[in-house]
Structures are given as structure tokens and as C-alpha cells.
Design a protein around this ligand. Structure first.
Ligand code: SF4
Length: 727
């Protein structure tokens, strides 16, 4: 634990409380943090008399290293929170009024399934849509846990592309499904670029490795449009204007080629399309990029030279890079950089996007895409408001939606439209939840769902190379049950007899992981139960260099700077493993800079009315909207604030602490102004996660539901707003 504290001054478990807690502990159990976070911490549950007393980071896990982040500081308080949902509920008041009455499980399940059967009889199964995300990352109870049920039903398939899916498309096109650079191997890196990731708040267990590498002599560069906690701890903070990272990356490509800083031998042997990329980058000079990004051309040259000449050079690609219209193309450009300088040759060199690609999960078994009837339509959960209000024309309009592991009212864009849609009297909505969230408030039936310590699972990790086990160590309170049990009971009432609907959670785990794969050599479910985690056999921290000699899992086996005939797609796990009705539009064969939709250059008329770019990063103290209903967590995080540059504040007569309203044509929200040089002129920052029922609007009220250029990713950072003083 002390080791962890040395790395990070941003808050870990209070040791005094911990000592008192330890005195009472009668039993410990292996846990896996289920939250939407790349760290997927291995945890130790502490239990006494059937009650969860607390949770610690597993000291044996090489990434967790005994420390958890502030969000999990008092995990048990979330389990035993007085507002926790304990019983099934039926709505009794107007939608959104939070008026419910307790009913039995039988009543709830009978009502749901009889409604669904009636809807299917009248409108067909396409009138029903599932809606889930990574509110739980478990293989059994998480993102894909309900896929088999809804695929069997023939319901409309829902793409879930809140975070990182455009990044996946760009990465897969360029280097294929590789986990790339091991996050632990950053310890060997000498030049580390954290590109669009606030690691201190969202990837702390990788950040502590980066800090150690920095102590060992590595230079750490953070690229972010505002001075995040991570940017402030960097050796060099480079702050391009929002949405211009693609121009910076293209100018780096230009400089590397122009100044002969490339590894020609690596390019000749292990890449495709170099000549065309060089031609594309010819005019993307640092001076051209300076105009777009606001970064001096000399800095771009220096950055490129350092990147090429201080091996091993590592890039951590953050999900925020995708959040402007040209995000996909920007990520393709960034993903080309290691191939150009041969960074992949070295342990500690290359790039890291999502480590998940080499995890041997059997998504076809989890999601059962074989059950999807031909011609099943697809909707996208970022556009929920448009879907439910009829703005998106569907052959079969949606008459029922089930939400679990997601809270679209706070997390999805165009909030006002979502609420308008959720208020529809003819929409039958089911919500499986822990609390009456902003979304569950509109449900017709609310089902109480179990939390982490109450169910067995293995937790998917997109940020390291370990399998992580979570033991059920306490009973759920009241009548709460795990998500998978909800689907088992629903399947039984719907008459679905496929054997997967009979599997226990343990049997699911036996079937959901390819235990016979080389990556799992020497690991089985019993190993997981005994150890709590296991490193995949995909090379070690000190020797993994998977693309030293190419071997990229692309069609050519090489890093593809150029991809002929590429078309847009969403990676299958984010669309119930369905391959029908993919986006399909033709993509540029080469990476490039693609401007944002909402800027003074691309939309001067809009910028006249709404002159400020808004960025809405994740909060330090909340995990998306989880914990944002807990008093102690709100205290730690602070009330909703808006970072404003003093020049922008002065002209609007805004002073420190003033209540301001941030708005555009899509809606608005209120927060307390913090006047700071952490943001440049023309930019405001407001973090995500606050609950609408506890605040006046939330940041997604102003967000557009338009997609970025790849993978149907969100444009959360491609929005113009105005701010004004609230009288
Ligand atoms: S939220 Fe992330 S960093 Fe925090 S305990 Fe969970 S996995 Fe670890």
C-alpha cells in the first residue's frame, strides 16, 4: 500500500479506518472491480458475519499493487447505501416522478413478459430494444450479459458506442486486434506520450508505472486541450485546440519523413502504404499544423525529433482522442507513428489502445449472434433521444426498452430529447438498477440488481493483460438478484429453451473463456478462484515486443498505413456480435486531419451564437454517473463546476464561484464558475457524471448525438456553447 501512495498523492484508502476494519475481518475473498475503467483492479473483499466490511487493492497484483482509487475507497457504503433498491417496483405516478410501489418478483416478471409478448404479437420483436453499457464489466453480468436473451427474442440490435469504439475501428484498421504495448512495459520506456488521457483520474494504475519510468529517466509528454491533473504532472504539456490532434499527428508524420527520422528498414519490411502516406503528409507541415492546433511549429518539430530519437518510445492512446468529428482519422494517424520510427522493435516501445484484443473471451458464446434473425435492424444508444422521439425513422418504432448497466439520461447526448422520449406513455420501460437513477426514474418496472461482492463473475479488462476473478462473498440485500439471474428468469418465462439460458454463473464462466487457448495455458477457472487473477501467456513485462518483426494481425500481416477499400464499422462486441447493417460508408484509404463539426471555421454562424468549445472529461471522484448520488463522493468531487479562462470570464462579468449557465440550442446546465488558466481562451471544461435529479441539467444536455467519422463514436468534445451569469 505504501508503495502505491508513494506514486500517487491523489487519495487512497484511509489507513486508520482500515486498521479498525481489519480487526473485525473474518474472511477475505477475491474481488474484481466491475467499473468501466481500464485498470480492472484485483481486490480483496473483507467480510464478517455475511457483511462486506470493506475492500482493498490486491497487494500481489502487479498493476493494482495494493491500491484502489478514491472511487472505491468505501465500496461497502455503496452496497449498503440507504437508497439502494431492494425490491421490484411498479410505477404509480407520472413518468419521471419517482413514484413506485413494491411488487413481487413474480408480478414484475409476469408483467414484463406479458407486455413483451403482446408487443411482439402486435408489432413484432423489432419494437423492443435492449440498452446496456459498461456499468458492469463482468463477462456474465456486464455489457454483453443480456445479448443472448435479446438476440433470441429477435429484438432490434443496439450498438453501444459511448467510449472508445471509434478508437477501436481506427486501431483495428491500422494494426489489427493486437493488445500492442503492454501497459507494464512502459517501465522500460524512455519517451512516453499520454495522448488525450487524464490517467491520474481514469487510469491511475498505469500512471504509477509512468511515474516510475519518469523517475528512471523517461520524459513524459501529455497531450490534452486543457491542463488536467495528468498534464500538470508531465514534463511537457502540449495543448492543441480541441479536435485538432489529427493535424498534430500528421505534422509529426511530415517531420519524421522530412527530417529522415524514420526507420526505413522497419517500414520496408513490416508496413504497407508508406509512399502514399508520405505523399499525403507532404503538405502537412508544422507551420500548417500551427495554424490549426495553435502549437508553435518549432515545438512540433522538437516533439517529433525527441519522439524518434529517445527509444523506447511509447504512446498511450486515450479514448478522448476520438471525441471530435475527425477522431477516427486522428487515431489512425497516431497509430502510424510507432511503425514509422520502428518503435515496435523495443520492449517498452509502440502504442497501447485497448489491451482487450488478446484476451480469450468467447463473445460468440456470450452473445449468441447465431440466434439473430436475418434482417434484424440496428439502432445506436447514443441516438436514443432521436430513436424514442421518432426523429430517427424506424420501420418498426420502439415500444419497449430494457436498460441495465447504463444511465443514458446523464451519459448519452441530447438529454432533453431522451427525456421527451422516455415520457411517452406508449413506451414500456424496464430498468435493472442499484438506485433510482435519472433513467430508472422513467421506468414502468424497476428491478433491483446485485452489486459487485454479491455475484460471481470474471471482469473484462481493456487496460491490462490479466484475467480477473470476482467471488460472490455476501448475499444481495432485500430481493436484489444478479443481472444474469434476471435474464435466466425472463428467458424461462419467454419460453427460451437454449441451454445457455440454463447455465449457472459458474457454467457461464466455463463457457465464456477459451481456456484451451495458448493465452490461457496453465490457467483454468479453478486457478482463477484460487489466485483471483492470472497473467495471460502473451509475453512478459520485460520481454513482450509482439511486433518486433511485424506480425500484425492485419490482412497483410503488416502495419497498414494505407487500407484499400476500407469501410466504416463498429467492432462486433459493441453491437451484440451482429454483423448486419454495419455503417459501411467508404473510408479514406489514408489517415489525415479532419476538422471538427462545430468550430468557428467549419460553422461560423453557430460560433457567432455559441463561441466556446466545451470539453466534458470524466470526473476524478465519480465513475461516469456511479457514486454521483453519494454525499461523501459529491463532497470529494465538488459540485458541478465549469472551468473558464479569465478573458472569457471578464467579458461576461463572471467571477470565481458565480453560478453560470452553459447552453446551446440543444439545452443547458448550471455550474459554479472556476476561473483558471488551466483552460485556454475559447474553451470551457465541465466534468461528466452529475445526476440530473440533484442538479440543474447535466453536461450532456448540450452534447450532440452526431457520430464521429469512425465506429459511430460520440462527439462529446465537438460542441459549441455560450455561458452566462445566472442572476
Ligand atoms: S475504478 Fe478503476 S482504478 Fe478504481 S478501483 Fe476500480 S478498476 Fe481500480
Amino acid at each position: 500500500m505504501q508503495k502505491f501512495e508513494k506514486w500517487c498523492n491523489f487519495g487512497v484508502i484511509d489507513h486508520k479506518e482500515e486498521d479498525t476494519m481489519s480487526a473485525k475481518v473474518k474472511k477475505t475473498a477475491h474481488g474484481g472491480c466491475p467499473h468501466d475503467c481500464p485498470d480492472t483492479c484485483s481486490m480483496v473483499y473483507e467480510v464478517s458475519d455475511g457483511k462486506l466490511l470493506g475492500v482493498k487493492g490486491n497487494p500481489d497484483h502487479p498493476m493494482t499493487q495494493g491500491g484502489l482509487c478514491v472511487k472505491l475507497q468505501d465500496y461497502e457504503k455503496r452496497h449498503y447505501h440507504p437508497d439502494r433498491l431492494l425490491y421490484p417496483l411498479r410505477r404509480t405516478g407520472p413518468k419521471g416522478s419517482k413514484q413506485f410501489q413494491r411488487i413481487s418478483w413474480d408480478e414484475a416478471l409476469d408483467e414484463i413478459t406479458s407486455k413483451w409478448k403482446a408487443i411482439i404479437a402486435e408489432h413484432g420483436p423489432h419494437a423492443i430494444m435492449p440498452n446496456s453499457y459498461l456499468g458492469n464489466q463482468g463477462l456474465v453480468h456486464g455489457l454483453n450479459g443480456g445479448d443472448a436473451f435479446f438476440n433470441r427474442m429477435g429484438a432490434t440490435v443496439t450498438e453501444r458506442t459511448f467510449c472508445g469504439e471509434g478508437s477501436c475501428t481506427a486501431w483495428l484498421l491500422t494494426v489489427g486486434p493486437t493488445s500492442g504495448l503492454d501497459p507494464e512495459s512502459f517501465i522500460h520506456s524512455k519517451y512516453i506520450v499520454i495522448w488525450a488521457c487524464n490517467s491520474v483520474s481514469t487510469n491511475i494504475h498505469h500512471w504509477h508505472i509512468v511515474k516510475q519510468a519518469q523517475k528512471n529517466g523517461a520524459k513524459v509528454i501529455v497531450i490534452d486541450s486543457y491542463a488536467s491533473k495528468t498534464a500538470k504532472a508531465a514534463d511537457w504539456h502540449i495543448a492543441p485546440k480541441p479536435g485538432t490532434d489529427g493535424a498534430l499527428a500528421m505534422a509529426m508524420i511530415h517531420t519524421l519523413i522530412e527530417e529522415d527520422l524514420v526507420d526505413q528498414d522497419y517500414i520496408d519490411n513490416y508496413t504497407v502504404g508508406y509512399a502514399d502516406l508520405a505523399e499525403r503528409a507532404k503538405n502537412r507541415t508544422p507551420e500548417w499544423a500551427e495554424e490549426i492546433t495553435g502549437i508553435p511549429a518549432d515545438d512540433i518539430r522538437q516533439f517529433s525529433r525527441e519522439y524518434a530519437t529517445r527509444p523506447p518510445a511509447a504512446i498511450r492512446i486515450g479514448v478522448a482522442l476520438e471525441r471530435n468529428y475527425g477522431g477516427g482519422q486522428a487515431i489512425r494517424a497516431v497509430t502510424c507513428l510507432p511503425g514509422l520510427i520502428g518503435a515496435w522493435r523495443h520492449v517498452g516501445g509502440g502504442a497501447m489502445q485497448f489491451s482487450v484484443w488478446e484476451h480469450p473471451y468467447k463473445f460468440d458464446v456470450i452473445s449468441r449472434p447465431d440466434l439473430i434473425p436475418e434482417g434484424t435492424p440496428v439502432v445506436n444508444n447514443l441516438q436514443l433521444g432521436r430513436i424514442l422521439t421518432g426523429e430517427t425513422k424506424l420501420e418498426t418504432p420502439i415500444k419497449s426498452m430494457m436498460c441495465w448497466n447504463t444511465n443514458p439520461v446523464t451519459q448519452a447526448p441530447e438529454t432533453d430529447k431522451i427525456i421527451e422520449g422516455l415520457k411517452r406513455e406508449d413506451l414500456f420501460m424496464v430498468s435493472a438498477e442499484h438506485f433510482i437513477s435519472d433513467t430508472a426514474a422513467y421506468a414502468d418496472i424497476v428491478l433491483p440488481a446485485s452489486m459487485g461482492a454479491e455475484m460471481e463473475d470474471m471482469i473484462l479488462s481493456w487496460g491490462h493483460l490479466y484475467l480477473t476473478y470476482n467471488e460472490k462473498c455476501v448475499e444481495s440485500p432485500g430481493e436484489a438478484i444478479p443481472n444474469n439471474e434476471i435474464f435466466r428468469r425472463l428467458a424461462q418465462r419467454m419460453g427460451y429453451e437454449e441451454e445457455n439460458f440454463q447455465w449457472s454463473d459458474s457454467e457461464c464462466l466455463e463457457n465464456y473463456v477459451d481456456w484451451d487457448s495458448p493465452a490461457c495455458q496453465g490457467i483454468d477457472l479453478n486457478t482463477m478462484r484460487e489466485q483471483g487473477f492470472a497473467r495471460l501467456n502473451v509475453g512478459g513485462r520485460d520481454d513482450r515486443a509482439p511486433h518486433k518483426e511485424g506480425n500484425f494481425p492485419t490482412p497483410s500481416g503488416k502495419c497498414e498505413f494505407k487500407v484499400e477499400g476500407a469501410t466504416n464499422f463498429v467492432a462486433a462486441p459493441f453491437r451484440q456480435m451482429y454483423e448486419g447493417f454495419q455503417a459501411g460508408e467508404a473510408l479514406d484509404s489514408l489517415p489525415d486531419y479532419v476538422p471538427s463539426r462545430e468550430t468557428a471555421d467549419t460553422n461560423p454562424e453557430l460560433a457567432e451564437k455559441y463561441p466556446l468549445n466545451i470539453i466534458s472529461p470524466k470526473s476524478h471522484g465519480f465513475l461516469n454517473s456511479c457514486y454521483a448520488n453519494m454525499e461523501n463522493k459529491i463532497k470529494g468531487q465538488g459540485e458541478q463546476f465549469v472551468l473558464v479562462n479569465s478573458e472569457d470570464a471578464i467579458v461576461r462579468n463572471i467571477k470565481e464561484g458565480d453560478k453560470v449557465r452553459v447552453f446551446n440550442d440543444r439545452g443547458g446546465f448550471k455550474g459554479d464558475a472556476r476561473i483558471t488558466s488551466d483552460v485556454n481562451v475559447g474553451i470551457v471544461v465541465a466534468t461528466l457524471g452529475y445526476w440530473r435529479q440533484l442538479n440543474e441539467g447535466t453536461v450532456n444536455c448540450i452534447s450532440s448525438a452526431e457520430f464521429v467519422d469512425m465506429g459511430h463514436a460520440p462527439t462529446f468534445s465537438d460542441n459549441l456553447v455560450q455561458i452566462e451569469l445566472v442572476n
